[in-house]
Design a protein around this ligand. Sequence first.
Ligand code: FAD
Length: 285
Amino acid sequence: MKTSDLFAKKTVFSFEVFPPKRDMPISSMYDTLAALSQLQPDFISVTCGANGQGSNRTAEVASLIKNTYHCETVAHMPCLYLTEDEALRTLQELKEIGVENILALRGDETAGEIPVGRFHHASDLVAFIKEQAPQFNISGACYPESHLESKTMAADIQNLKKKVDAGVSELISQLFFDNEMFYRFLERTQIAGIHVPIEAGIMPVTNQKQIERMVTLCGATLPIKFQRIIAKYGSDSKTLREAGIAYAIDQIVDLLANGVDGIHVYTMNSPYIAKRITEAIKPLL
Ligand code: FAD
């Protein structure tokens, strides 16, 4: 099923997973995928390494989700290091295993590796897929606190509009911890004429290292309430995990009460976290 059909009829609830590291077999994910799909999310998306070399693993995991665990899936497809031929091969592979949905991404430059292809922005890949394989449903990424490379939020939203106009049918947001930022972003997208569904990306924070990494990678604002939780529970990993889950649930309840189009949980491949969140919020969906 195309995820755009889901957004057309309900508030979507989805998970994100990443494939196992290269030295681990795909079978190491069986239990995780079985447990996540039992929670019956609307779809599970699968990340892909920015240099495109992990696309086979992404396809393998997406195939498991779709064909073994019978849950809808979205394959992430970063394009910065893809040639047109490689992009066509990836699309063919996804088609053969029955994947219908792609999250078209630019990805980030790897230090020392010069991008090879002609895809400079995600919108270039979106246009390419629309032209070469229009049967796919395409989603894109968006940034409630602006993409780190954008000089202004206004410029980032203008670029987002170009991506949507190229053929994106829904957007999934970068993680954020302050819902007010997300609501302001939604207003800005409306003003800019972006009218596709926008799913809110929620990452339950469960350890201190993860927080530092997230702030460096995506520049998410940490509200005072959140900082107090880290200050109080940061040194005790079990307690921090529980506090992180509670914070995420609180965020999601507020987002649902405000009528968001969907909730995308960055599960970090943890069925425990996904289960706790799902049990708390499923009655509200
Ligand atoms: P783009 O949409 O191309 O935007 C990147 C920057 O370029 C922005 O600053 C934008 O304003 C600017 N820009 C866009 N179009 C133009 C234009 N036409 N002219 C000038 N400037 C322009 N990365 C991975 O490697 N693998 C993953 O699986 C993955 N999954 C993700 C999932 C989600 C939900 C999100 C939010 C991000 C994910 N990322 C992933 C990270 C993503 O690849 C990076 O954030 C990357 O820096 C930007 O990707 P993008 O697709 O948003 O890029």
